[in-house]
Design a protein around this ligand. Structure first.
Ligand SMILES: [Mg+2]
Length: 175
């Protein structure tokens, strides 16, 4: 019998997120000078910071490139930020190799075709509610939240709760 997504959440040590459509709603504001401005969710950011501080590996792999995104993520404590990646599978393999992570320990959240192949390799492929149909089809868990609107928070919080680390993190914040 195949495992439920909740059972798989027990073995997750590592979160990998796409940027556009996952950490954002997929929109960009294009300025007169051609700069692309993205909107991110503060509650998603809080969860990523909580995951990092609780000892999880948190990695971001994006096809896009934006120094602003890099700075924002770095401020959350994320050190593995791969931008402008034409082939996410290559970055994924390199990343898990460096940290000795098994693919079964990885939760990946993506929303569109560039995430398809890497999502086939991980233990828990997930997506926001508004992901493309192809990605929803191969996701083992589909968040009820949209990209940039709490989908990242949803999966981090669920994994940390299953592993009893969400409350621990909170209680630590009140000591
Ligand atoms: Mg995307």
């Amino acid at each position: 019998m195949s495992k439920s997504y909740k059972e798989i959440m027990n073995q997750i040590t590592t979160f990998i997120f796409d940027v556009d459509g996952v950490l954002t709603d997929g929109s960009v504001h294009v300025t007169q000078s051609g700069e692309m401005l993205r909107v991110m969710n503060i509650r998603d950011g809080f969860a990523m910071k909580a995951a990092v501080e609780s000892g999880y590996n948190v990695c971001v792999i994006s096809g896009g490139s934006s120094e602003g995104v890099r700075i924002r993520l770095r401020n959350l404590g994320i050190t593995d930020i791969h931008l402008a990646c034409p082939d996410k599978v290559e970055n994924f393999k390199e990343y898990i190799d460096i940290y000795n992570i098994f693919p079964e320990q990885v939760l990946y959240m993506g929303d569109d075709i560039p995430d398809f192949h890497v999502m086939k390799l991980v233990g828990l492929p997930t997506c926001p509610q508004d992901a493309s149909p192809e990605i929803k089809e191969i996701s083992q868990y589909i968040s009820h939240k949209n990209g940039g609107r709490g989908a990242v928070r949803d999966v981090i919080e669920q994994v940390m709760r299953v592993q009893g680390k969400w409350d621990t993190y909170f209680n630590g914040k009140h000591d």
